[in-house]
Every structure is written in C-alpha cells, then in structure tokens.
Design a protein around this ligand. Structure first.
Ligand SMILES: [Zn+2]
Length: 246
C-alpha cells in the first residue's frame, strides 16, 4: 500500500510540472536493456502514453522515407549551467540565452542530458553515447537536438563537463555547447515523444546525422555516472513523416 501511495504522489508532482520534471527524486521507473519493451504504463496510469502512444521515441531513423534539408539554425556558445545528477540521470541545466530555430520557431535551450548507448538507431546500430539538448518555445512546445558520439579523439567540451559531473550534483560549470556539436548540422527530423515517462508526445526531434568523436574514457565516465545502459527500446515509426538529410 505504501508503494502505491508513493507512486501516486510522484504522479501528482509530474502533473504540476510536466515534461521536464520526470526525473525528480521519487523516480519510480527504470530503463531496461534497451531492446525489451519497458511497459512503463504498468507502473502508473500517468504513463499510459508510453505504451498507447503512436508517436513515441526513439525510432530507427533508417525508416525515413523522405529526404530534405531541414532549416535549422543553432545559437550555441559558452553556456553557464548547473550539474543535475540523479538515478540514471546526468544533466546540466542552463541559464537562458542559447537555443535553436527550426522551421521558423525559436526554441530556448533548457538543459542537456545523456544516454548510453544512444537511443535513436540508424539501421539497427546505436552509437555509444548521445547528448539530448532539450529546448522549449515560449509557449512550451518541446524541441530536442540529439548529438551522437562515436569512439575517437577526446572532445574538449566534454572534458569540462565530465570534470564538473565528477564534482557532483549542483556543481556550476560553463559548457562550450558549440564545441559539443559536429561541423555539419544536417539532421533527421520527425515528431515524437519524451523517451522517459510520462512519454509525452509533440516533441520536435532533430538528430544530427554526423557523429562527434569522444574518447572511450569520456564515454565510460558518463556511462558510470548514469549507472549503466540508459536507452529506451526502439518504438514503431508507423505512419510518421521522418525526413532524412539529403
Ligand atoms: Zn534524452
């Protein structure tokens, strides 16, 4: 009975502050092996969309049937932020000032967090790490820029970020967000969802096609802070329009 009451309390907290607050203390769900259906809807009725939704994320981007160059302008730079750690969570919350424009809409950068391995796959393959730069418009519409990392040379911006993560929750850090991006910002674009409960839909997904190099040590450090695998299983693309870069 106590477990059930705690679950209800957590769900209420989520209604009060939707979308971005899903990983607050009291988190009652976990990532699985990244392949098996997580069935998060069985944990709480608030998570029904995770299993009933038809526009869920992540997907295999190789299911894209359209090609086109999405108009995307990214305004990134040295962003002051605060490390926010939790169960299966490595995140930096940013002060306002940076963002992106996609399809004529301005999205403000709110935070960046990580998953190991990457959540979106391309032809069944997942890179070992992804950064999700979470944005919202002034009206609250969510937009995510996903940046994939492959094993190679170390990334200087990640060095600074990993050092701050190792100092613990609440550490202040200025992240060279531009340094975390590849030169070429051609993206896969589609409408999807949060990849964590409550799996809310209406998220404008942009996944950059060109991976960025990160060292095996950097990837291992972030994975250790996350506590292991933190990728949701691949969701059906269904009838959605997925645009791949030309
Ligand atoms: Zn994410």
């Amino acid at each position: 009975m106590m477990t059930k009451l705690l679950g209800a309390a957590a769900a209420c907290a989520m209604i009060a502050t939707p979308a971005l607050a899903q990983e607050k203390p009291g988190k009652d769900w976990n990532f699985g092996d990244g392949v098996t259906d997580e069935r998060w809807s069985l944990i709480s009725t608030e998570y029904g969309m995770c299993d009933a939704g038809l526009m869920q994320s992540p997907i295999d981007l190789a299911t894209a049937k359209a090609r086109g160059n999405v108009e995307l302008d990214v305004n990134f730079g040295d962003a002051p932020g605060t490390v926010a750690l939790g169960e299966e969570k490595v995140q930096v919350d940013f002060a306002p000032g940076y963002g992106m424009n996609s399809g004529g809409k301005d999205f403000n950068l709110i935070q960046v967090h990580f998953h190991t391995p990457a959540e979106h796959a391309i032809d069944g393959e997942r890179q070992p790490l992804v950064a999700h730069f979470v944005h919202a418009t002034d009206e609250g519409e969510l937009g995510v820029l996903g940046v994939l990392y492959e094993v190679g040379d170390g990334n200087d911006a990640l060095d600074t970020l990993v050092a701050a993560v190792n100092m613990g929750d609440g550490t202040s850090v200025t992240v060279d967000t531009e340094g975390m991006l590849p030169d070429d910002l051609d993206v896969y674009r589609y409408m999807g969802s949060l990849t964590t409960p409550p799996c809310s839909e209406g998220v404008n997904w942009h996944v950059v096609a060109e991976p960025v190099e990160a060292s095996a040590e950097q990837i291992a450090a972030i994975r250790a802070a996350l506590g292991g695998d933190t990728a949701r299983s691949i969701q059906p693309t269904g009838n959605r329009l997925v645009v791949a870069p030309e």
